[in-house]
Design a protein around this ligand. Structure first.
Ligand SMILES: [Ca+2]
Length: 237
């Protein structure tokens, strides 16, 4: 079966052509298995609820080549809901909280990794993460007031640089080209949008030159890593 190990991207299925070669064609949304649980619904960037992500990507494929197809993405998991507008004030606070959160996620992985290895590579652990983990001045996980987060960033700036790079490398996979596309950002974005109403405006602002891709430099800037010498591709390992 030529389609046996042949991979098609989401929204497409494999078919065998006349020469017995596998080709990817758009999946008919009608053939998507219906959702069995409510959390399988997804909200598209067209603000429509799709029964499943299969439905959404099959629909996107059917509009390929059109503006609609180009702009349709998975916005977040779950049915579309009202998302309050993000004020400028909230938007300025968002990267501060997210930066702190990235650092805490990484610390959590580090301590979990000491019990059952596999969450981080040896290089990540030994060079970067260990240093942050063992630093006694590290602000511990918690719900901190914004002014404390601002002060901590000024005082312990170096502890935030690596977590920002680490998150970038976790997302830059399809392909690994130092740019994040909308679909590469989705694993981080989609679960956050329904909880954090500033998520979409934040990621839109990150793409400073509006080319639909977030470069490593743009990514660093949107988390307050501004100095060129602190944005380092060698940290993306
Ligand atoms: Ca990429």
């Amino acid at each position: 079966d030529p389609c046996g190990n042949f991979h098609c991207k989401r929204g497409r299925i494999c078919e065998v052509d006349k020469e017995n070669r596998p080709v990817c064609i758009c999946q008919d949304p009608m053939t998507c298995p219906p959702s069995t649980k409510e959390f399988e619904h997804v909200c598209g960037t067209d603000n429509k609820t799709y029964d499943t992500s299969c439905q959404l990507f099959a629909t996107k494929c059917s509009f390929e080549g059109t503006k609609k197809g180009h702009h349709l993405h998975l916005d977040y998991r779950g049915a579309c809901k009202y998302i309050a507008p993000c004020t400028d004030y909230e938007l300025r606070q968002f990267p501060l909280r997210m930066r702190d959160w990235l650092k805490n996620v990484l610390m959590q992985l580090y301590s979990r990794d000491s019990e059952s290895p596999g969450f981080l590579t040896e290089k990540q652990k030994n060079i970067q993460v260990k240093k942050i983990f063992e630093n006694e001045k590290r602000l511990k996980a918690g719900d901190h007031p914004i002014d404390l987060l601002v002060r901590d960033f000024e005082k312990n700036y170096h502890m935030y640089v690596y977590p920002v790079h680490w998150q970038f490398s976790q997302l830059d996979l399809h392909p690994t080209d130092r740019f994040l596309s909308h679909s590469e950002l989705a694993p981080l974005r989609a679960p956050l949008v329904p909880m954090e109403h500033c998520t979409s405006p934040f990621f839109n602002e990150c793409d400073a030159n509006k080319d639909k891709l977030v470069s490593l430099i743009e990514w660093g800037h949107c988390f307050g890593i501004k100095a060129a010498e602190d944005i380092n591709e060698n940290l993306l390992l």
